[in-house]
Design a binder for this molecule. Structure first.
Ligand code: NAD
Length: 445
């Protein structure tokens, strides 16, 4: 094993067959990219992946870094760094969200792009994987500044975007309005109506019914399937959700409607806990009227304030991390009391924590399966845009349910057949599908 591999903790044996120049240079601190590559290397060995295809999948196909100047409201110019990284287009056009966050960096975007490749393969939709982001703190910026940032960033990554090339969508701190600005920028610069360049748009501009709640709905569908396999009733199940944004709040609402008791939720401002179950509608009203869309300041009888650590280790049946990556780590994993973890966020569990949870008998449904509902309905939005024919919400939700339940069944059965945890099963399925596409297409030229 080379020093570089040892430092990053990547399985040396899995890399032994790769020429050294196939290996991406990485920083010494373990991050989400290390986690994602570590999973790929592990799976490559298990499924006896062709070394050449393994080498292809260890590197993003294309990376674009841009310097984005923005005139701030009070006069000065600030330059933000933005990225669009396409991991694989083997199974179709690249697809993936755009994140605005201070922690955005190349390795985070690479990892999230690769997760998109695996996610689209797990649920069997005809896309590859990409991700984008701008390192910025949108909480400190006005809406006008965010609009100017979005339009300039879009113009700079536009050469690699396109409805048959790469289609962005919302992620952390980006929303339907920001997607509308991206689409409008491309339409203006290309002088064509091409709203299908992004998904997650407002419904009035060609967005799909059901897209806003789709990731949370998918999380709820997967939780329901897991509970069935565990012979548990929804009405007897308690749930804690970390992160009360687009994904976490929709998952809370739908699981609550299905009869689960959502006893704890949290966001960046801290958490709320009520052993008898939280009033999700009241919490939603509070968040909607809060300027930062936060739980901060919510009070109700029987509801206690808790920290994010207390939420992650609270005594519940199902824990749903729906905030950011690496929230469940070696230090808090031994204290997790849930018996099931459904990963709504991307990469919320470190590999060390994953092992601790597995050894403790806690079932983990991996991100690439659990949170795929968003990209599935993004795919429906793209299909509707390409056909200029729009579906009703009931139809969207019916197809979403069919795809999520089928994917869960495939992953569950493959995991049982190979006696591996669900994460490994999902990766074996996904990597196998992508490798097959690469192999069948052949290496150009
Ligand atoms: P969002 O910005 O709408 O919400 C993020 C939430 O997490 C907010 O409530 C924020 O306060 C909270 N949060 C941030 N840091 C936290 C911390 N340290 N502790 C506790 N809470 C914290 O983002 P989102 O779109 O809901 O995305 C959440 C996660 O789901 C991300 O990992 C994202 O990549 C993933 N995801 C999103 C989608 C989608 O359709 N939006 C699809 C698939 C996966």
């Amino acid at each position: 094993m080379s020093e570089q591999h040892r430092a990053s903790g990547v399985a040396g044996e899995a890399l032994a067959h790769l020429p050294p120049d196939f290996v991406v240079t990485r920083p010494r601190r373990r991050d989400l990219w290390d986690t994602v590559l570590g999973m790929l290397d592990d799976v490559a060995e298990r499924i006896n992946l062709d070394p050449g295809i393994h080498a292809i999948l260890r590197q993003p196909e294309r990376e674009l870094t841009v310097a984005v100047p923005v005139r701030m409201d009070d006069g000065p110019i600030r330059v933000f760094t933005g990225y669009r990284i396409q991991h694989s287009s083997a199974r179709g056009p690249c697809k993936g969200g755009i994140r605005y966050h201070p922690a955005v960096c190349p390795n985070e975007v690479r990892a999230l792009a690769a997760l998109m490749t695996w996610k689209c393969a797990v649920v069997g939709i005809p896309y590859g994987g990409a991700k984008g982001g701008v390192q910025c703190d949108p909480k400190q910026m006005s809406r006008e500044e965010i609009c100017r940032l979005t339009r300039r960033f879009t113009s700079m990554i536009m050469p690699i975007l396109g409805p048959r090339r790469d289609i962005p969508a919302p992620d952390v701190n980006t929303d339907a309005q920001i997607m509308a600005w991206i689409a409008d920028t491309v339409c203006m610069l290309q002088n064509v109506a091409t709203m299908e360049i992004v998904t997650g748009k407002p419904v009035s501009l060609g967005g799909s019914q059901g897209r806003k709640e789709a990731t949370g709905r998918g999380v709820a569908l997967i939780t329901t399937e897991l509970l069935k396999r565990q012979r548990r009733r929804l009405s007897e199940t308690t749930v804690a959700i970390q992160g009360y944004g687009n994904v976490g709040s929709a998952a809370a609402k739908i699981l609550n409607q299905l009869g689960c008791r959502v006893v704890a939720v949290s966001d960046i401002s801290g958490g709320l806990y009520a052993p008898g179950g939280l009033e999700i509608n009241a919490i939603d009203r509070h968040v909607d009227s809060h300027p930062g869309r936060l739980l901060e300041g919510f009070h109700a009888p029987g509801v206690d304030r808790i920290s994010n650590h207390e939420l992650l280790t609270s005594k519940v049946d199902v824990l749903i991390p729906a905030a950011l990556e690496h929230q469940i780590h070696a230090d808090n994993a031994p204290q997790v009391q849930a018996t099931m973890v459904v990963e709504a966020a991307n990469g919320p569990t470190t590999p060390e924590a994953d092992k601790v949870l597995h050894d403790r008998g806690i079932v983990v449904v991996p991100d690439i399966l659990a949170n795929a509902g968003g990209v599935v309905v993004s795919y429906f939005e793209w299909v509707q845009n390409m056909q200029c024919f729009f579906w009703e919400e009931a139809e969207v939700n019916r197809h979403l349910k069919r795809i999520m339940v089928q994917a869960f069944q495939r992953v569950w059965e493959l995991s049982e057949r190979h006696h591996v945890p669900l994460r490994l099963g999902a990766y074996m399925l996904a990597v196998g599908e992508v490798a097959n596409a690469v192999q069948t297409r052949g290496i150009f030229p």
